[in-house]
Design a protein. Structure first.
Lengths: 405, 287, 263
């Protein structure tokens, strides 16, 4: 028995402390030609959440054949939740496994922070990617929810926070936070938001924070610092005043966006919300949302937008092929295809100014669908994400200030 | 002879040791995580658990839901097996086991579809004119007292109780019944001297397994619970995947604490029961 | 009468939910007021991923392997726990139950490290081994309860007749254990087929089982797709149980014939 416990401990602890001796790829003296040459014939495994048919078919039907054509790289999509991906990498790191199975991860925000702090990522690499250099403004992507990206992730898509409403029952949607409060008071039980631990619910509360408690300019690009109590009181007051007229009298909140969407789909509430200004397109097409669904954004405080990225894990077995795949995903062609409502429908982080006349026209002329607000409106109301520290702060505080009483 | 017997015992238990080696490692590592990540040993994560208001508020709620769901499913499942075990062993077995084929989450989702305010029952009542408006339908899911969670667990665990108890009843020694009748014992006597001692260990173990499961699974309360208070497994899940390393250690501490408490309960229970069982099986030689 | 009550309530509580799920899987989301439209969209989504059929076969194969190993491991241990007395028996019994007390999200890390060390991470063998952790405690419990009910003197009889261990097992223990074995297989198969976190982390995306494809769709407001996936998913444990049952029946039949021929 004793022998056995020694064996277990030995088995488990041997790689925990020793430093890793990964075979680092030195990018500095390799040209893009070298990289694509090494990439040809290889397979790239892209790990990403797999619960959306539009996103899945963008990869399966468009990206896989197109990438094969462009770089002779075989792409494989592996459906796995980002939480599990990060956990898997953390354990592999602990066990010193230098030959992993993941080549590309789709992520942003908290996950990126956790991965970067845990040294789970390969890089910096974005400077090597030709389409990144040609079409993207590096300073726009220096931070991901306040965490410096430092070349460890490449921008893949950009989404903005919009509200959806049923125009059959709502005549004029609110355009500021105060109008929203009035609307809620006039239509008790018809509005709610997901709780603060949900990604979307937290973003809604961040809008309230930016509208009521702090000026966006003060917080943007600044490191996280908890708000003073007199400052934050205004936002909790606003939410608490909303509460009695929310769905179920604010006794509870939907635990996730999916639940809010279900309430909206069944007509229990009249407004839903979410990142990705085009999200309602497929939901209306599939009959989940009513056909009378339309969208609005709040002019005050604006509409928070964020970017999501592609990263390469430290133990990816095919880093060159992963870089080739990233170059492809960032290219205007692939981005244009992604914008089409039949597939994914989401916006591009490309710098429009860097495009040729012809390319820009293709982006401009694309009809994104009736539920997507005008590009101009979206651009006018755009505000960037604040530091990820506020996400956690809101999570804890909201539970105490709003949910608990 | 003696050597042979102990050697035989060793062989019989060999797979158990191999299994413990496999499972034990994950236990030790989880424990290390909960006591400071291998860098110095500390109980502070265990202590700081009780500084978190959301946890202390959620604890009573969790214990209440766990205990009530466990007790109700145990008793109902037992009564069903007791009255119908011959029927269940026939073709009805497949019917009863249907809920076990589904993951817990799907069953919870089904309860949501059925009992939500815009669910099937409420819609049917409104359509048939029995209910004026669906908001008048009682709040049975995502409610403060956890009724939806309770219903899902009871519905899902009753088949499990049946599954565990069915073999016991099928092997109930019927010859005892005759003896009991000959000796003039009534129903009550039969239950007290034969049936209850016969089923008690399985009832205890089944109850323990269900308790452990309900107290640590996050899917159903995540779907059917309210924002506040939350059941402890939901809190543990949030901590586990949070970006802060401290919360991750606290999640491990919380789950380990639950495992220790349940383990201690199991140990006491087994010690008491195995003693009894040995007596019972020895006395059974006489029949 | 008693029979009818039983069948009625079983149908209401256990069968109707499934029928409703099937109905939901072929209709558009229901909104009050109008009758839902028929649609095949849910099922199209299920089979959109070309790996679905393959993943079902993998899930089935792993579940059956897990059930088989469970029996091989569980029977001797259950016998020892039930019919032998030795030091620390209660402790061993509790230790064998512990994996049920620690949720898989917390246990996954240790198991993953072990599998990496053994070189079995990202393989289906590794996934099969790891699925033993949440299943074997159940199997041992169920089988031990089965052995508890075989009187010691019955086992002694076999020994006195100088029957070999295997022969005694086949002719005396196995027939009496059949109900428990059936329960154990059923549990092992349903638990293994439903594992998400363990398969995701140990299988690492190289072993794609049905839950890996199916679980992300549970995070969706799309009832049609969710119901279709749930119904498709249930076919796997159901098939696994049927296969195990058929195998057991074939085996039991042979045993039965053998026993008669001895007589």
């Amino acid at each position: 028995m004793k022998k056995m416990s020694i064996l277990i401990t030995g088995l488990l602890l041997t790689g925990c402390s020793s430093a890793s001796d990964t075979e680092e790829i030195d990018l500095s003296n390799r040209s893009w030609e070298d990289i694509t040459e090494a990439a040809a014939g290889e397979t790239v495994r892209l790990y990403m959440w797999g619960g959306d048919t539009g996103i899945n078919s963008y990869i399966d039907e468009y990206a896989i054949p197109a990438l094969k054509e462009e770089y002779d790289v075989t792409l494989e999509r592996v459906p796995l939740d980002t939480n599990e991906i990060i956990q898997k990498l953390e354990t592999e790191k602990r066990a010193d496994q230098n030959e992993g199975t993941i080549d590309l991860i789709w992520m942003n925000g908290e996950n990126f922070k956790r991965a970067k702090e845990g040294d789970l990522l390969f890089g910096p690499f974005v400077e090597e990617i030709p389409s990144y250099q040609e079409y993207y403004q590096a300073e726009d992507y220096a931070y991901d929810f306040g965490t410096a990206t430092e070349g460890y992730e490449a921008p893949w898509g950009k989404v903005q926070f919009v509200f959806q409403y049923d125009s059959a029952v709502v005549d004029t949607p609110p355009s500021t936070l105060d109008e929203l409060a009035d609307w809620v008071a006039e239509n008790p039980g018809r509005f709610t938001y997901p709780e603060a631990s949900d990604f979307t619910g937290n973003a809604f509360i961040r809008h309230v924070m930016l509208g009521k408690a702090a000026e966006a300019d003060e917080l943007l690009g600044e490191p996280y610092e908890p708000l003073e109590e007199e400052q934050s009181a205004a936002m909790w007051d606003f939410l608490n005043q909303l509460e009695p007229d929310l769905w179920r009298g604010g006794e509870t909140y939907p635990a996730s966006l999916e639940e809010l969407d279900r309430l909206y789909s069944q007509g229990e509430v009249w407004i839903t919300m979410g990142y990705n200004e085009a999200r309602a397109e497929s939901l209306v097409r599939d009959g989940i949302f009513p056909e009378t669904t339309e969208s609005f954004v709040l002019e005050d405080p604006g509409s928070i937008g964020n970017t999501h990225f592609l990263s390469i894990p430290y133990n990816s077995p095919n880093k060159e092929a992963a870089m080739a795949a990233i170059d492809f995903f960032l290219s205007p062609d692939a981005q244009l295809e992604k914008l089409k409502p039949d597939y994914w429908g989401e916006s591009t982080p490309l710098d429009q100014a860097s495009l040729s006349e012809e390319q820009r026209a293709a982006f401009d002329e694309l009809d994104r669908g009736q539920t997507v607000p005008d590009a101009e409106k979206l651009a006018d109301t755009y505000i960037s994400e604040v530091d990820a520290g506020y996400v956690e702060w809101i999570e804890t505080e909201w539970r105490n200030e709003v949910a608990a009483d | 002879m003696k050597w042979q017997r102990t050697n035989g015992l060793f062989l019989l238990l060999l797979p158990a040791y191999a299994f413990l080696l496999l499972a034990g490692g994950s236990f030790i590592l989880a424990f290390i995580e909960s006591t400071g990540n291998g860098e110095g040993f500390t109980w502070s994560y265990y202590l700081s658990l009780f500084d978190r208001r959301e946890l202390t508020d959620g604890l009573t709620y969790s214990i209440w839901i766990t205990v009530s769901s466990t007790v109700v499913s145990l008793i109902t499942g037992w009564l069903i097996v007791r009255s119908f075990y011959r029927l269940i062993d026939g073709n009805a077995k497949w019917l009863v086991w249907i809920p076990m084929l589904f993951p817990h989450f799907v069953w919870g989702y089904f309860v949501l579809l059925l009992l939500g305010q815009s669910g099937l029952i409420s819609t049917a009542l409104v359509q048939s004119g029995l209910l004026e408006d669906r908001t008048l339908f009682p709040v049975l899911v995502q409610d403060r007292s956890g009724i939806g969670i309770f219903i899902t667990y009871v519905w899902k665990e009753i088949p499990f109780v049946i599954l565990m108890l069915l073999p016991v009843y099928l092997q109930l020694p019927r010859q005892f019944r005759e003896v009991n009748t000959v000796l003039g014992g009534g129903q009550r006597h039969w239950f007290k001297t034969v049936e209850w001692p016969w089923i008690k260990p399985v009832m205890f173990e089944t109850g323990l397994i269900i308790t452990a499961f309900i107290f640590t699974a996050y899917e159903v309360p995540g779907l059917l619970g309210v924002s506040y208070p939350q059941m402890t497994p939901v809190i543990a899940y949030d901590w586990f995947y949070s970006a802060s390393g401290e919360e991750r250690s606290m999640a491990f501490a919380l789950l380990m604490l639950a495992a220790f408490i349940l383990g201690a309960c199991a140990l006491t229970g087994f010690a008491l029961m195995n003693k009894r069982r040995m007596l019972l099986s020895k006395s059974s030689h006489r029949y | 009468m008693k029979k009818n009550i039983f069948y009625m309530s079983s149908v209401i509580f256990f069968l109707i939910p499934v029928l409703l799920l099937i109905l939901k899987s072929i209709t558009a989301p229901w909104r009050s007021g109008n009758l839902p439209d028929w649609t095949l969209r849910g099922w199209e989504t299920v089979f959109q991923d070309s790996r679905v059929i393959e993943s079902m076969a993998i899930t089935l194969g792993i579940a059956l392997a897990v059930a088989l190993i469970n029996l091989i491991v569980g029977i001797p241990v259950a016998k020892a726990l039930s019919h032998r007395s030795f030091k620390l028996k209660n402790t061993l019994e509790v230790l064998l139950l512990l994996p049920l007390f620690l949720p898989v999200i917390a246990a996954a890390m240790g198991l993953h490290i072990t599998m990496i060390r053994l070189g079995l991470a990202n393989t289906w063998i590794g996934v099969t081994i790891v699925h033993l952790v949440p299943t074997i405690p159940y199997t041992i419990k169920v089988l031990k309860a089965g052995y508890d009910r075989i009187p010691q003197d019955m086992l002694n009889q076999g020994r006195m007749l100088k029957a070999g261990v295997w022969h005694a097992f086949r002719t005396i223990e196995l027939p009496l254990l059949i109900p428990s074995i059936r329960s154990a297989i059923f549990l092992a198969v349903t638990i293994s087929a439903g594992q998400y976190v363990l398969t995701a982390i140990i299988g690492g995306g190289s072993v794609i089982t049905m839950p890996i494809i199916y679980y992300p769709f549970l995070q969706s407001a799309d009832d049609t797709v969710m119901s279709a996936f749930s119904v498709a998913f249930v076919l796997i444990p159901a098939a696994a149980v049927l296969i195990a049952e058929a195998a057991a029946m074939a085996l039991a039949g042979r045993l039965f014939i053998k026993r008669r021929s001895i007589q």
